[in-house]
Design a binder for this molecule. Structure first.
Ligand code: NAD
Length: 364
């Protein structure tokens, strides 16, 4: 049943984004986004993507740095009226140009800004991880529901061509019955002063960052929900980077079909790989979830055939994500990666931490 539901969702993503499809009349204006947080992701990755969008445009910026915000606004043809600080953010309710608020802040600020945006009458696209606890995720969903606003999580891999093709191949039985998924993500976190290493702002270490990709992949590649998790952590607490959060965490998920997933995240080595093992073959992606340059192979027991996925319905995964949210708002439909999807992950994240802490398997 779960696989069927996800297939329908994947299919509807393609429909929503189909070029020239009937989803959007030519006269519909692109919906306006306010980007909250002009850091690495908001400024360098997301804002440059609006040129690749059909249904989305930049309408406002929210930043604690007025000079930076003015520079960005000027570069994108926005007036000073489209600039907000964190203090006056709530007045965004009076700006009809802004339909959607995109929260690109440290994880510990996601809940506050999502809830404030919903109360200001705006739809919300919130970066991953959705928040730093299940309780926060539930509050975000409740606030958006109460305000009758859509909530989507920035799970860009659901719009990335290699991941979409791997999902399609796995569902079509190209590797037979999927028995095991290996999903590993990490990078070397060098700067001990980064908010990612401060628990109040990050909610945790590598699991809250790259680990979300490992967990998401295990779920969207199998199309199943895990029923149990067993985790182990390895962190050198004498290392000044890891006084507050974990470095490496490895966890095993058990699925109802009997499939298992071995997942890893770490802040002390570079890794970006997804491997699906089926009873007649395998599907491998490496790198698997990067912004670009992902690669993919299939084979009986190795990398026998390189797969070049068909071009996705959008120009880039980021444009696909932005336009999917805009189309979901316009059509009054739930985004394929809604707040509930972020909440599902956060429930598993809490169980992973608990399993590592208590040294036992947690049933979900
Ligand atoms: P960053 O540190 O580069 O930017 C964070 C922004 O938040 C900065 O503009 C900073 O000034 C602002 N900010 C406001 N209050 C702050 C405070 N109290 N402490 C620190 N910064 C504060 O971080 P980033 O890499 O842009 O990450 C932002 C969010 O985007 C995170 O949730 C992260 O997980 C997510 N992200 C997602 C992807 C992806 O591929 N989907 C990639 C990178 C980051």
């Amino acid at each position: 049943m779960e696989i069927g539901r996800r297939d329908i969702l994947l299919g509807s993503a393609a429909l929503l984004l189909a070029p020239g499809g009937s989803a959007c009349a030519a006269t519909d204006r692109p919906l306006g986004y306010a980007i909250v947080g002009l850091g690495y992701y908001g400024l360098n990755v997301i804002i440059p993507q609006f040129v690749n969008c059909t249904h989305s445009r930049l309408a406002a910026v929210v930043s604690g740095d007025r000079a930076k915000a003015q520079r960005v606004a000027r570069e994108h043809g926005l007036s000073d009226k489209a600039i907000y600080s964190y203090a006056d953010f709530d007045t965004i309710r009076d700006n009809p140009d802004v339909d959607i608020v995109y929260v690109c802040l440290p994880n510990g600020m996601h809940a506050e800004y999502t809830i404030r945006a919903a109360r200001a009458g705006k739809h919300v696209l919130c970066e991953k991880p959705m928040a730093i606890s299940v309780a926060e995720c539930e509050a975000m969903i409740a606030a958006c529901r109460k305000a009758d606003r859509k909530l989507m999580i920035g799970y860009r891999c659901h719009f990335e061509a290699h991941n979409l093709e791997a999902m399609r191949l796995a569902r079509s039985g190209a590797a037979g019955k999927i028995r095991y998924v290996r999903s590993e993500h990490g990078f070397v976190q060098r700067d001990p002063t980064k908010w990612r290493l401060k628990r109040a702002l990050s909610g945790g270490g590598s699991l809250m960052d790259m680990g979300i990709y490992s967990l998401q992949a295990a779920r969207y590649m199998t199309g199943e929900e895990p029923v149990a998790v067993t985790a182990r952590e390895s962190t050198d607490r004498r290392d000044p980077r890891f006084t507050e959060v974990e470095d490496m965490i490895d966890w095993t998920l058990e699925f109802p079909s009997g499939a298992m997933a071995g997942c890893l995240s770490m802040y002390s080595a570079n890794q970006n790989r997804i491997l699906l093992m089926g009873d007649t073959g395998r599907i491998e992606l490496e790198p698997a979830t990067r912004y670009d340059g992902n690669e993919m192979w299939t084979g009986k027991d190795g990398r026998e055939r390189k797969i070049v996925p068909p071009p996705g319905p959008a120009k880039t995964q980021f444009a696909g994500q932005l336009d999917h949210m805009a189309q979901s708002v316009r059509r009054g439909q739930e985004p394929i990666v809604s707040g509930e999807e972020g909440l599902r992950d956060m429930r598993i994240v809490e169980a992973i931490y608990r399993s590592a802490r208590e040294g036992r398997t947690i049933r979900l």
